[in-house]
Ligand binder design. Sequence first.
Ligand SMILES: Nc1ncnc2c1ncn2[C@@H]1O[C@H](COP(=O)(O)OP(=O)(O)O)[C@@H](O)[C@H]1O
Ligand SMILES: [Mg+2]
Length: 300
Amino acid sequence: MVSVKGRIAIVTDDPGWHGKQLKLAFAELGYSSDYVSLTACRFEIQPGRTPLVIPGFEDALPDGVFVRGVPGGSLEEVVLYLDFLHALKRMKIPVYNNGHAVERSVDKGMTSFLLQNAGLPTPLTWVLRDRDIALSIIENELKLGHFVISKPLFGSQGAGIRRLEKKTDLMWLTSSQGVYYFQRFVHCAGEGFSDIRVFVVNDRAVAAMRRCGKSWLNNVARGASCERIELDSDMANLAIKATATLEMDYAGVDIIKDQNGYYTVIEVNSIPAWKGLESVCDFSVAKVLAEDLVKRYMQP
Ligand SMILES: Nc1ncnc2c1ncn2[C@@H]1O[C@H](COP(=O)(O)OP(=O)(O)O)[C@@H](O)[C@H]1O
Ligand SMILES: [Mg+2]
């Protein structure tokens, strides 16, 4: 049997293409890896024993953890999943991106606050509980001639996002588990619909693409096409600062160039997919990520 340098847990419920790419990339670096679902982990807290049980890692906890997916669920379930990640970090096991980074970015309201608080450009955003105030904010925005984007607080891949364009759209206004998250719609520069995804790893923008949506929703998961773009320094610096603000090892940063030519950060993803990006760039993203995790956190 070939000796391995260490064992990695790839946290995911759906390994798919990304999981496979990561497994290969870690193997190339001499690390074995196994997929782990947070739903199957448990705390067993008793004296003299490792308090966390991870299926497949019962004999020894992993040497490193790559977070590729955190399942949704009740508040208690999600808190428990994040607690597992926090606990691993407390036990000095590198977690990439760590639980706190995941927590900050899964919560779009916190992301928006942190971006603005760091002085970075991000669209006008409202996050609130009160329905009457929610309605009056939208009415006011519509009166001013703006569209409003309504998003689930914890959404991803464009799911559940709506654009409110006229007063009658308010009839369909729903909260996400009681919370409203609204953003002023930013019209993008150029023809049609597009935004920019910048991939940042260890404070370096490694690649960027333009995503051209079939409508204003430019997620690859919603059928947007990808096209490689060269990074300009404004775009790269903004993406790097946004990633640093959210304290992430790596991130997929969504940016829109508005009609005045200014960049604004829409969101910062701590668990970004990269299949679309890799289809237009000439390197293995999984390899860059695996190398970064191993080099920065797992070598003595
Ligand atoms: N304020 C906005 N103005 C214009 N387009 C937006 C705005 N917010 C989101 N979008 C569009 O919707 C897409 C998904 O929004 P995003 O906040 O990134 O959520 P998700 O986590 O679902 O990707 C963006 O990539 C962009 O195309
Ligand atoms: Mg996005």
